[in-house]
Write a protein of this length. Structure first.
Length: 238
């Protein structure tokens, strides 16, 4: 591959990665007010290539992303006073049953469906430590302890299943799929609170502007090289 064509290839790749970063940052900004949302990060690496495409000689840098990571830092707790709004302070996730899959979430905005089952805002059932859905008589006289024990009218109904894992991956809608090994969570459950997202909108907007400028630079350089190639070809035909 000629050096100028390889340059265009590398620049186009950089522009593609900048677009991925734009999508990720935009998604973070869109979820700045989503309860329990965790900031998405992109781990980037560089591979150096020579003119023939091998990784020796190190003439050019080829940017690419390894994987999408998560910032799992604690979000701020916001009081709602709703009896079924729950926030985890510490390490751990609520366990949700979505169809035939068990998922994790930090979004504790729960309610009762028509059958009296405790569900999240999308209607998926919340599980107890026995992997059973939790059923209540009504939203009245409910007390939930910091350990996650649910009492109604003074009687213990269930114990929320709260798990932590060495690794998780996002699957959308504030849900996460466990990947690593399960481990004991260290947490306190706060009734009448929700955990806000850990997004800093100002920092994300700054990142968005920087990445957008980077994307424009890649495109402008590609256009300049293309124009230079066209002029070179015209001179060669003269």
């Amino acid at each position: 591959m000629a050096l100028d064509l390889q340059s265009i290839y590398v620049l186009a790749s950089g522009g593609s990665r900048a677009m991925e970063q734009l999508d990720t940052t935009t998604n973070n900004i869109a979820n700045a007010n989503t309860s329990g949302f965790k900031k998405l990060l992109i781990e980037q690496m560089s591979q150096r290539l020579d003119e023939n495409g091998s990784d020796s000689n190190h003439l050019l840098v080829f940017p690419r992303f390894k994987q999408t990571l998560l910032d799992l830092s604690q979000g701020p707790l916001k009081e709602t006073k709703a009896p079924l709004d729950l926030a985890i302070d510490g390490k751990g996730y609520f366990v949700i049953q979505r169809q035939n899959e068990t998922l994790l979430t930090r979004d504790g905005h729960f309610l009762l469906n028509e059958e009296g089952y405790l569900v999240d805002s999308l209607g998926n059932r919340v599980l107890d430590t026995q992997n059973r859905p939790i059923q209540l008589d009504s939203q009245k006289d409910i007390t939930i302890t910091q350990e996650g024990a649910i009492y109604q009218k003074g009687k213990k109904v269930a114990l929320l299943q709260i798990k932590d894992f060495t690794k998780i991956e996002p699957v959308g809608d504030t849900y996460y799929r466990p990947v690593g090994a399960a481990q004991t969570g260290e947490y306190k459950v706060h009734q009448g609170f929700l955990e806000g997202s850990n997004i800093n909108p100002v920092l994300e907007m700054t990142s968005l502007i920087t990445t957008q400028r980077k994307f424009e630079i890649y495109n402008n350089i590609i256009k300049s090289i293309d124009q230079l190639n066209q002029k070179t070809n015209e001179i060669g035909k003269a």
